[in-house]
Design a protein around this ligand. Structure first.
Ligand code: FMN
Length: 311
C-alpha cells in the first residue's frame, strides 16, 4: 500500500510510519473512541491516556470547543484510572501488536509517586513506551488551578530520578511537556533531560495553558476554571514546530523529539519531520475529523514526500 518507506524507530520501538494519535483521544479499551476504534485507523501506535492513579470524572460543564483555528479544552483528564488499566492493558497490548501497532501509555500524576506507580504498571502490563505527561494545564481542585508540572523544574527532576530508581534507566520512557514561551526555560528543560538516561524522547507540545474564548451567548465558551482552557489545533502549529526545532538543537542526539501541535495536513507532518521530529501526534484534528483523519494525513504525507525537493 505504501510505496515509500516511512518506518521509524522511536525509543527502540519500530513504527510503520511516524503518525499517531495524541494524549486525550483514547482512554479505554472498548468502543470507537477506545483502543478498539483506533485499531481500525492508520495510526502506527495507539496512544492511551492520560491515565491517573485514581479514576477521574474530569471537569464538568462544557469542557471542549473548537473555534477555527483553535480548540480550547478543560477536560481535566477524565479516565478510568490505574486499576482499570492494570486489568485491561495486557489485552490492549496484545490487540495492538497483533494489528502491527505499538502501544504508548500516557500517564499523569499529581506527585512523583504517582508517576512511579503508573510507569511501573504500564511497563509491567506490556506498554511499548510510557509517556509521562508533565503538561496538563486543566486540573482544578476546588476553585484552584493546579500548577503545571513542566514549569516546576525541581519536581520534573524528582520525577525523572524516582522513575529511574523504580524501572531502571533503560526503560522506554518519553516525557511530554508544555510549550515554553521563554527560550531560556526551554533550554533549562533540555539540560535536565540530557542529565537523565531514562529520557528516550521528548514530546512537545501539550496545549498552551489558559486560552480563552467567548461563545455565542457572549459568555466564556467553556465552563471550568473561569473559562480558561488549553489551546490546541492549527493555531498551535508554528508554536509546536518552533519548540521542536529549539529542543532538537538543545537536546543530546540520543533523545528523540516527538512533534505535537496543530497538525491538520500531511504537509504539517512533513514539516515536523523536516524539523527532525522522529514522530508526530495529533489531537484536535483527530477529535474533529475522527479516526479517518489518519488515512488522509498519511496519504498527504506520502504525496508531499514524493515531490522532489529543490533545496
Ligand atoms: C480535548 C483534549 C484533551 C486532551 N487531553 C490530554 C491528555 O489527557 N493528556 C495529554 O498528554 N494531552 C492531552 N491533550 C493535549 C494533546 O495531546 C496535544 O498535546 C495538544 O492538543 C496539541 O495537539 P493538537 O494541536 O493536535 O490538538 C488534550 C488535548 C485536547 C484537545
Amino acid at each position: 500500500m505504501m510505496n515509500l518507506d516511512l518506518s521509524v524507530s522511536l525509543a527502540g520501538v519500530n513504527l510503520e510510519h511516524p503518525i499517531m494519535n495524541a494524549g486525550g483521544t483514547c482512554k479505554r479499551l472498548e468502543g470507537e473512541e477506545g483502543v478498539e476504534g483506533f485499531l481500525k485507523t492508520m495510526v502506527s501506535a495507539v496512544v492511551i491516556g492520560s491515565i491517573t492513579v485514581e479514576p477521574r470524572d474530569g471537569n464538568s460543564g462544557n469542557v471542549y470547543s473548537y473555534q477555527d483555528p483553535f480548540s480550547l479544552n478543560s477536560l481535566g483528564m477524565p479516565n478510568p484510572g490505574l486499576k482499570y488499566w492494570q486489568e485491561h492493558l495486557p489485552e490492549a497490548v496484545r490487540r495492538c501488536n497483533e494489528a502491527g501497532k505499538a502501544l504508548v501509555m500516557n500517564v499523569a500524576g499529581f506527585n512523583a509517586s504517582d508517576y512511579v506507580d503508573l510507569t511501573e504498571m504500564a511497563l509491567g502490563g506490556g506498554a511499548d513506551i510510557v509517556e509521562e505527561n508533565l503538561g496538563c494545564p486543566n486540573v482544578v481542585a476546588g476553585n484552584v488551578q493546579k500548577p503545571v508540572i513542566s514549569f516546576d523544574f525541581d519536581l520534573v527532576e524528582e520525577i525523572m530520578l524516582r522513575v529511574t530508581e523504580r524501572v531502571g534507566a533503560d526503560a522506554r520512557v518519553a516525557f511530554k511537556v508544555s510549550p515554553f514561551s521563554d527560550p531560556s526555560a526551554l533550554k533549562r528543560m533540555a539540560a535536565i533531560c540530557n542529565r537523565y538516561a531514562i529520557v528516550k524522547a521528548l514530546v512537545t507540545t501539550n496545549t498552551f495553558p489558559n486560552g480563552f474564548a467567548f461563545g455565542e451567548s457572549l459568555k466564556p465558551i467553556i465552563t471550568p476554571n473561569n473559562g480558561f482552557g488549553g489551546v490546541g489545533g492549527p493555531a498551535m502549529f508554528g508554536i509546536g514546530l518552533g519548540q521542536v526545532v529549539q529542543f532538537r538543537a538543545a537536546l543530546d542526539d540520543r533523545i528523540q523529539v516527538v512533534g505535537v501541535g496543530g497538525i491538520s495536513t500531511g504537509k504539517n507532518v512533513r514539516d515536523y519531520l523536516l524539523a527532525k521530529a522522529a514522530a508526530v501526534q495529533v489531537a484536535t484534528a483527530c477529535i474533529e475529523r475522527k479516526g479517518r483523519v489518519f488515512n488522509v494525513l498519511l496519504d498527504e504525507l506520502i504525496a508531499v514526500s514524493s515531490v522532489p525537493r529543490t533545496n
